[in-house]
Write a new protein. Structure first.
Length: 251
């Protein structure tokens, strides 16, 4: 494992924004798009916001051995699943925005790469109610948590990305990517692509008892994002409109 200073330098390098020229044809004087109420006083930019749920298996990190204690092959994934969310600039659209409940449900599926189901959203609601009671002594009503679940975000799932090349920000969140949806939507509306991955469930206890292990793990998470972005950028050399392959295909 590298030293703390080395890990810090690598982390800082990975968080640098890679700026590329923007060739989008949207009028410079276009009025900003409207924003959801949860944005507060934030001023939206000239772009709409798209969201793509992607994911990869990091084959350099194992989460299970090839066989169990009886020598039988393990049925589940052996490599670490890495959930990836991509927020990106789009042309304005009247398409229906995603409800926050989908992002909340992703928080409980950080170790999975499967789409969110209604059952997942239901579990996320129960988790929020339980956490409110445990952490704050609050008893949330079903109607209150349903309001949060159905509140519209600014992101449109799989919306067509704006043409051009944009700055890219790689993010490793502390916990679920749901905690920073407003920030990521805001950045995307101003022409910044955000590629984010959540922390693994196991990091919660390790960051207290073995923080160095978690720092190294988060650096490797960011390295995987950088590698995915580099592959997408290489593919873009063969795409006339230069749209991001990671956004377009959901690598």
């Amino acid at each position: 494992m590298p030293s703390g200073a080395t890990a810090g330098r690598r982390l800082a390098a990975l968080l640098l924004v890679a700026v590329a020229p923007n060739a989008d044809g949207q009028p410079a004087g276009a009025r900003p798009v409207s924003a959801p109420a949860q944005w507060g006083q934030l001023t939206p930019g000239r772009y709409g916001v798209g969201f793509r749920l992607a994911g990869e298996y990091d084959h350099s990190r194992r989460v299970a051995p090839p066989t169990d204690f009886e020598g039988k092959p393990n049925a589940g994934p052996l490599s670490m699943p890495v959930q990836i969310g991509v927020w990106y600039p789009t042309a304005r659209t009247s398409a229906r925005a995603m409800p926050f409940g989908i992002f909340a449900a992703l928080g409980a599926k950080r170790n999975e790469l499967t789409p969110v189901t209604e059952a997942d959203r239901g579990r996320a609601i129960e988790n929020r109610k339980a956490f409110a009671g445990f952490a704050f002594g609050l008893r949330l009503s079903d109607s209150a948590v349903r309001i949060a679940d159905t509140t519209a975000t600014a992101a449109v799932r799989d919306a067509a990305p704006s043409r051009g090349r944009f700055p890219v920000l790689l993010v490793a969140t502390d916990g679920s990517i749901a905690a920073a949806t407003v920030l990521f939507e805001y950045l995307a509306s101003h022409g910044i692509v955000v590629i984010a991955t959540p922390s693994q469930m196991s990091y919660a206890t390790l960051q207290v008892s073995r923080p160095g292990v978690v720092i190294e793990a988060r650096v490797r998470d960011l390295e995987l994002l950088r590698s995915a972005m580099a592959r997408a950028d290489a593919d873009d050399a063969r795409v006339p409109d230069r749209q991001s392959t990671l956004v377009r295909r959901g690598t």
